[in-house]
Design a protein. Structure first.
Ligand SMILES: [Zn+2]
Length: 196
């Protein structure tokens, strides 16, 4: 059983690939990542996914260990079944430190569960709750660059708005205000946007 959803697992693969974006030397490998992200949003079909996967896997294998690892992650982004365990023979733990902040951002703290939830009707409201939802949506959609990072300034505004509507969850507020990189699948944004 996976601890996180297939959507989050695919977004994690995409975040890891984007973390090494400049080292993905082939356009088809980058395309596999983009299509994986589109698939998550319902903007690409399983046929698009398969085509991107076939294109990417037909390219020359990167000769370096690191390049090869990133290339395999790009394949995973566009594969029908997202399975990061195939990376184990590539000594994935060796890279765990580099990826740990992405894993934490998406999976959250497994030892601390928050019960806080965004009011379900926020999406249609025109008050501060609706504003917080809209700003969270913008933060999710409008990323800053190829590395897939969300705009931390927007997340700070979301945190302030949540406080204004009565959110007192320290973990939620602290996470939104943490200066590190946040990516699509960020556990707090997912809570706000009611994504799993
Ligand atoms: Zn985050």
């Amino acid at each position: 059983m996976n601890l996180i959803s297939d959507r989050k697992l695919r977004l994690l693969a995409c975040a890891i690939a984007r973390n090494g974006w400049n080292e993905l030397y082939d356009r088809a490998h980058r395309r596999a990542v983009e299509i994986g992200e589109d698939y998550v949003e319902g903007l690409a079909t399983t046929l698009d996914l398969r085509a991107a996967y076939n294109d990417a896997t037909a390219k020359k294998i990167d000769p370096t260990t690191r390049g090869r690892m990133l290339m395999y992650i790009a394949f995973i982004c566009a594969s029908a079944d997202v399975d990061l365990s195939v990376l184990l023979p590539l000594r994935m733990p060796f890279y765990y430190n580099e990826w740990s902040h992405l894993i934490r951002d998406i999976a959250g703290n497994p030892f601390r569960k928050t019960n806080w939830n965004m009011p379900a009707d926020s999406v249609v409201r025109s008050d501060l709750s609706g504003l917080a939802y809209g700003m969270a949506r913008e933060a999710y959609e409008l990323r800053k660059g190829d590395n897939g990072a969300l705009d931390n300034e927007r997340l700070l505004v979301v945190a302030d708005l949540l406080e204004d509507i009565g959110c007192e969850d320290v973990d939620v507020l602290k996470h939104l205000r943490s200066p590190g990189i946040h990516v699509r699948g960020c556990w707090v944004l997912d809570r706000i946007l009611r994504k799993v």
